[in-house]
Design a protein. Structure first.
Ligand code: TYD
Length: 211
C-alpha cells in the first residue's frame, strides 16, 4: 500500500479504556504492513522535557493544586512536544499520539474548572490548525475500565484513583466532544475482544490513510 503522507492521529478515552494497548498494536501493524515511518508518542510527554512535566502532573500535583498550574504544565509539555510532532509530520511520518487536545477538553474543561476559551487560546498558540487529522475515541463503561486498572497491578497514580462516578463524567465529556466533532472523531467500542477492537481500529485508520 502506498502511503507516504504524514498524518496526525490521536487516541482518547477514559483510564482503563485500552488506548495504550491498542495504539501499540496498531503501531507495530502499520510499521510491518504500511510504512516504517510510524511515530508513536503520548501526552503529556513525548520529549525529555515533556516527560519530566508528565511526572510533575501525574505524580506531584494533587487535588489541592491550583488548576492553572496543571493547565500551564500540560500546555508547556505540549508546546515542546508539538514541535517534534510537526517535524515528524513534515518528514512524512504517521504520528500516533496517546491523548491530546480532547483530553484537555474532557479533564480540564468539561470535568474541571477551566473555561473553554482559555484552552482554545493556549492551543492556538501551539497549533494553528487546532485539530488532529483523525481521532479514535475508545469507549468503555467505567466499571470495566476500573476493573482493568486494578488488574494492571501497577502503582496507581492520582488519575487511576478517580472514582467510577468521576470516570463516568469524563466518559460523558468525551462523548459530548465526539458529538461536536463527528467529522474528525470516530467512536470505537472497547467492549469486544482485544483482537476485534484492533481490527476495527485498523479498518478505520487504513480507510483514512488511503483517502
Ligand atoms: P494516561 O497516559 O492515559 O495514563 P496511564 O499511563 O495511567 O494510562 O494519561 C495520563 C493522565 O493525564 C490521564 O489521566 C489524563 C491526564 N491528562 C489531562 O488531564 N489533560 C490532558 O490534556 C492530557 C493530555 C492528559
Amino acid at each position: 500500500m502506498g502511503v507516504n503522507k504524514g498524518a496526525f492521529i490521536t487516541f482518547e478515552g477514559i483510564e482503563g479504556s485500552g488506548k495504550s494497548t491498542q495504539i501499540k498494536l496498531l503501531a507495530s501493524y502499520l510499521k510491518k504492513e504500511i510504512s516504517k515511518k510510524i511515530f508513536l508518542t503520548r501526552e503529556p510527554g513525548g520529549t525529555v522535557i515533556s516527560e519530566k512535566i508528565r511526572s510533575l502532573v501525574i505524580n506531584h500535583l494533587n487535588q489541592k493544586s491550583n488548576p492553572l498550574t496543571e493547565l500551564f504544565l500540560l500546555f508547556a509539555a505540549r508546546a515542546e512536544h508539538f514541535d517534534l510532532i510537526k517535524q515528524k509530520l513534515k518528514e512524512g511520518y504517521i504520528v500516533l499520539c496517546d491523548r491530546y487536545l480532547d483530553s484537555t477538553l474532557a479533564y480540564q474543561h468539561y470535568t474541571g474548572s477551566i473555561p473553554l476559551k482559555y484552552i482554545n487560546y493556549l492551543q492556538l498558540l501551539i497549533d494553528k490548525n487546532q485539530k488532529p487529522n483523525l481521532t479514535i475515541l475508545l469507549d468503555l463503561h467505567p466499571n470495566v475500565g476500573k476493573k482493568r486498572i486494578i488488574r494492571r497491578n501497577k502503582k496507581l497514580d492520582r488519575f487511576d484513583r478517580e472514582s467510577v462516578e468521576k470516570m463516568n463524567l469524563i466518559r460523558k465529556a468525551f462523548l459530548k466532544i465526539y458529538k461536536l466533532n463527528k467529522n474528525r472523531i470516530i467512536l470505537v467500542s472497547n467492549n469486544l475482544s482485544k483482537k476485534e477492537v484492533q481490527n476495527n481500529i485498523r479498518t478505520i485508520v487504513l480507510k483514512y490513510l488511503n483517502k
